[in-house]
Write a protein that binds this ligand. Structure first.
Ligand SMILES: *Cc1c(COP(=O)(O)O)cnc(C)c1O
Length: 260
């Protein structure tokens, strides 16, 4: 629909960004059908899997990516859920020639045998700046030192911890899980009789939680609903921390809701 209306207006739709794991709620776009529609219209599809892409090294989470083989490019932030220090973003392209053709610069002072042989990838040709840091080193060290089995174990344990937190929220009738949980993050809120009231008190609750200095949570606003975001993603996080975090939420809520 959006594509058709753009074409009718004389625009040329050329880029579609599908997100696997949105920032606010970890929602997942229907990649497979989006790619089909884009392909019919000659549109470049980029997959933004900044946070959730990591999960796909576990076979049980791979289905979130169904259709990814039809995409033109894919990005994943190793500094989010892949245990690398910021910044470290991986970009994959099905066909990098477009980047090379538009960004490549080849003054004589950069001429060298390796490049001439065509056996190396010159990443300077994939970006605007010439110089770049060796960020891949950080990721290489992470993969070498943990190995895929441990990395999977971490990711699975974070999802499990999020599930535990989700279960605790569901068992307390003052709260609700606000959107379906897909990965290591739970979006929850106070469930009072009016939306405005729920919003106001959820905001106050988040401030109260963070003021304790013991856990740190963030928020999002979706469809006029104020949500609190709880995420498990650190290498040192254990289930006992999750239980502690929920107890703390309940304590802060208890004090706040007195007399409401
Ligand atoms: C974090 C995030 C980004 C931003 O990534 P930067 O590397 O900080 O620019 C983009 N998209 C999604 C889905 C994210 O979670």
């Amino acid at each position: 629909m959006a594509i058709q209306s753009d074409i009718q207006k004389g625009f040329i739709p050329l880029y579609l960004c599908a997100t696997i794991g949105t920032t606010s709620t970890n929602a997942v776009d229907p990649l497979d059908s989006l790619c089909d529609i884009a392909q019919q219209n000659g549109i470049w599809v980029h997959v933004d899997a900044a946070y959730a892409g990591s999960a796909c090294i576990c076979p049980e989470f791979r289905h979130f990516m169904n259709g990814v083989e039809k995409a033109n490019s894919f990005s994943l932030n190793a500094h989010k859920w892949f245990f690398s220090a910021p910044d470290c973003c991986c970009l994959w392209l099905k066909d990098p020639s477009g980047l090379r053709n538009s960004l490549s610069v080849n003054p004589t002072y950069l001429k060298n045998r390796a490049t001439d042989s065509g056996e190396v990838v010159d990443y300077k040709d994939w970006q605007i700046t010439l110089s770049r840091r060796f960020r891949a080193m950080k990721l290489w060290v992470v993969m070498k030192s943990y190995g895929v089995a441990n990395l999977r174990k971490f990711l699975r344990s974070h999802v499990k911890m999020a599930k535990i937190f989700e279960g605790l929220v569901e068992r307390d009738e003052r709260f609700e899980v606000a959107v379906p949980r897909n990965f290591g993050m739970v979006c929850f809120r106070l469930s009072l009789d009016e939306v405005q009231k729920s919003n106001m008190f959820s905001l106050k609750l988040l401030e109260g939680i963070n003021k304790t200095g013991r856990v740190y949570m963030t928020h999002a606003v979706v469809d006029g609903m104020y949500l609190i975001r709880f995420a498990a993603g650190g290498t040192m996080t254990e289930e006992r921390h999750v239980i502690m975090a929920w107890k703390l939420v309940q304590e802060v809520a208890e004090k706040m809701l007195k007399g409401v």
